[in-house]
Design a protein around this ligand. Structure first.
Ligand code: NDP
Length: 398
């Protein structure tokens, strides 16, 4: 029986709140707080049980501290934006409350994300006797747990990891992003990077691609090598790892729009002068694009996200593939959200449940792959993200 404070009321939050509300024996009281309270109230109105809602600006630590102290949660779940991570961690430190998020910190004025800023909180969280669990979404999140599950049950040592994220859904718009457009476009337009033998190899944005015949007849999209945050933490936490890469599918129309928008300066994140006012082009673009939350009722098709992992078992080379497929329409029917938010919101609920049930404990700052994968993997099957494991590769990537 535990109280949780959820911060942020966007696409991921909608799913998370539905899933937490359905488990009153774990999440006994829920408060949902965000910058725009009406969005919290709209989510609350979809539920079968009452939750509290509040307005908070998560960039203001004193406001957060006051809210945490007045509600008294055991855990704060951050599903606002990566810009808020450190502020919310500061507030958790000041109030002695556990912290969980799904995306690593990113400064607003630089398109650069890395764990170091949050890892630097480790000693302070340890001294305060509280836990911060980083990256409890799908990727990062489930993908990292997939790797530790293979490490624990199928291989003596992991040598390579290829994380593949395919969205074969169609929302019918010429161009839209499946989660926050600003965060999505910053991520996709960044340089590619992968981890090999302890070093980062940098590539031009979206310059390396492969064709991937996705299992279960989901399609044959092009997948592109990108940098993704879990590569950094897996490189640190998986002993013996020699290479880690991340691939994501993009349709030709999406890439063409992105190229044009980039060429005309619409994806810039620095301020420009317009009619006597300063605007950030990417933030303006966000205002024009469809709200990701509005894609739910229109999106058809499936997602396929998995890890192809090689290594050795009793001296023999082996490859395993472990994955989940989700159906956009089925997700919408369950929680009024498309599969991208669903596949993030469900593991966010499960990671929170692991902390509240004390299946995952620790003092300090932890990435999800530092935890025992088994109870989390069981919960994925129970709460809407069943997974499969194949003995062998599914993608030709070299
Ligand atoms: P949305 O943009 O839909 O929602 C973000 C929410 O945060 C909005 O309600 C927004 O408020 C609120 N917010 C923003 N700034 C503040 C602030 N200063 N104070 C309080 N609330 C604030 O994003 P998503 O739901 O798509 O994504 C949520 C998080 O999940 C992001 O960090 C994203 O990177 C992460 N993510 C992780 C994935 C994973 O697999 N690990 C996959 C997808 C997303 P307002 O409504 O007023 O704008």
């Amino acid at each position: 029986m535990s109280k949780v404070l959820i911060i942020g009321a966007g696409g991921v939050s909608g799913v998370l709140v539905h899933k937490c509300a359905a488990l009153p024996e774990v999440f006994s009281e829920i408060m949902l707080a965000s910058r725009t309270k009406s969005k919290c109230d709209a989510i609350a109105a979809q539920l079968d049980r009452p939750i509290q809602t509040a307005q908070v600006n998560a960039d203001h630590v004193p406001e957060l501290v006051e809210l945490i102290q007045s509600f008294g949660p055991e855990l704060v779940i951050n599903v606002a934006l990566p810009y808020q991570d450190l502020h919310i961690m500061d507030a958790c430190l000041e109030t002695g409350v556990h912290y969980l998020d799904t995306a690593n910190y990113e400064p607003e004025d630089t398109a650069k994300f890395e764990y170091q800023w949050q890892w630097d909180y480790h000693e302070r969280f340890k001294d305060a006797g509280i836990m911060a669990l980083l990256g409890s979404g799908f990727d990062p999140g489930v993908t990292s747990v997939f790797c530790t599950y293979i490490q624990k049950h199928h291989l003596d040592e992991i040598h390579t990891i290829d994380i593949i994220d395919v969205n074969a859904g169609d929302h019918g718009y010429p161009f839209a992003t499946n989660f926050n457009p600003e965060i999505n476009i910053r991520e996709v337009t960044s340089k590619g990077r992968y981890w090999a033998k302890g070093e980062w190899i940098e590539t031009a944005p979206l310059s390396i691609k492969r064709s991937f015949e996705v299992p279960e007849n989901i399609g044959t999209p092009n997948i592109y090598l990108m940098y993704h945050e879990e590569l950094e933490s897996l490189g640190k936490h998986i002993p013996g790892l020699q290479r880690a890469r991340f691939w994501m599918s993009f349709g030709d129309a999406y890439l063409k729009h992105l190229e044009v928008l980039g060429n005309v300066g619409m994806t810039r994140i620095d301020e420009v002068e317009f009619n006597g006012q300063k605007i950030v082009p990417l933030q303006f673009l966000k205002a024009l694009l469809p709200d990701p939350a509005s894609l739910g009722p229109r999106t058809k098709g499936k997602t396929w996200i998995g890890c192809q992992v090689t290594g050795i078992k009793k001296g023999e080379s082996k490859t395993f593939t472990i994955y989940n497929t989700s159906d956009h329409e089925a997700c919408y029917a369950e929680v009024q959200s498309q599969a991208i938010s669903y596949t993030t919101g469900v593991p966010c609920m499960i990671g929170s449940k692991m902390i509240l049930e004390k299946k995952w404990t620790g003092k300090g700052v932890f990435n999800i792959e530092q935890m025992d994968p088994d109870p989390f993997m069981d919960n994925l099957n129970t709460y809407g993200l069943p997974w499969k494991i194949i003995n062998g590769p599914v993608a030709k990537l070299d």
